[in-house]
Design a protein around this ligand. Structure first.
Ligand SMILES: [Zn+2]
Length: 329
């Protein structure tokens, strides 16, 4: 299909809640993660051509149980477990007088609640993209390391799987419908690969730095289109492989919905990703991916995934602004 007769991307719905940002007594500054990036992107998109969707509430316990085990949700109420999963070792050694007696309740409000709102946002974005046969953005989510009974790598809840299971239960996804997960975060999406180990209705395309966390060879067997990348991989070879893979994966039959985890930890300055993409490369990556999916008329959900520099929010906003400008393409 040529650019002249390709359909427009369409105006997306954007889901965000002011409480997506995480703050924890200022201690979040000790962590590489910019826990305020969600709000920064939202502010940078003011005035852009978007439909604003509202995130009405956090995901409920019953919704979490569509994917997670009760035992795991109970484990999340233990401080050492949370500290490990979120890679916040200082949580374990905080003096009690700083936190007071209701420690776990405070952590729940400060850390778990924002994530539960973002999980709800992923579901709402998916539901809306199906309803409109368009695309929707959740300014959060993409917690691809969480599986049914384990959280790690800053990921506690498997938002994509929770959205899929809820859509299946609601009948918005039929029993034969397949879902494509395009995971371009720098890390391998091990959690979701475990959740859907025995479900071929989920198709995985995963570009990841093979030298870094989580290096999960069992989960890797589940990836339909695995693209392990070398350390410091540059934009040109990355984008060339992306074009080839998108062409192939979008020929898969019966795809009803596409999730795109647009992690910005592929940025060359990122302390965790270990890849070599420039800001312009990332913007180009997002444009090629979104356009390729929308050219085929497939509903698309755009999720932020990881990104651990203070430049992440600016890159995400610039990328989305370019996509919104090209809405009339
Ligand atoms: Zn990542």
């Amino acid at each position: 299909m040529t650019a002249a007769n390709s359909p427009a991307l369409g105006v997306p719905h954007l889901f965000f809640h002011a409480d997506y940002d995480i703050s924890f007594y200022g201690l979040e500054k000790l962590h590489p993660f910019d826990s305020k990036k969600y709000g920064k992107v939202w502010r940078a998109l003011r005035g852009a051509a978007l439909h604003h969707g509202s995130v009405d509430r956090p995901v409920t316990e019953a919704e979490l149980l569509l994917v997670h085990t009760e035992a795991y949700l109970e484990e999340l109420r233990a401080l050492p477990y949370l500290a490990r999963a979120l890679e916040l070792p200082f949580l374990r050694s905080l003096p009690r007088r700083l936190l007071g007696v209701a420690t776990i309740d405070r952590i729940e409000a400060a850390v778990l609640q924002p994530m539960r709102l973002a999980v709800r946002g992923t579901y709402l974005a998916a539901q809306r993209s199906l309803q409109t046969e368009g695309w929707a953005i959740n300014l959060g989510g993409g917690y691809h390391h969480a599986n049914r009974h384990r959280g790690h790598g800053f990921c506690l809840y498997a938002d994509v799987a929770i959205a899929i299971e809820k859509l299946r239960r609601d009948g918005a996804l039929g029993s034969a419908d397949r879902v494509l997960l395009i995971d371009l975060d720098a890390h391998q999406g091990d959690g979701l690969q475990h959740v859907y180990r025995d479900d071929p209705r989920i198709v995985f395309l995963d570009f990841f730095n093979a030298q870094i966390f989580p290096r999960d060879s069992i989960a890797r067997e589940r990836i339909d289109y695995a693209v392990p990348l070398p350390m410091a991989c540059k934009g040109a070879p990355y984008l060339a492989q992306l074009d080839e893979c998108l062409e192939l994966v979008l020929r898969e039959p019966s795809i009803a919905l596409v999730f795109y985890i647009a992690g910005t930890d592929v940025f060359r300055e990122d302390p965790l990703g270990g890849l070599g993409l420039s800001r312009a490369d990332i913007i180009e990556r997002d444009a090629r991916t979104v356009r390729a999916v929308r050219r085929r008329g497939l509903p698309l959900v755009y999720l932020l995934g990881g990104g651990y520099t203070y430049e992440s929010s600016g890159i995400i906003a610039a990328s989305l602004r370019r996509l919104l400008r090209s809405e009339g393409d």
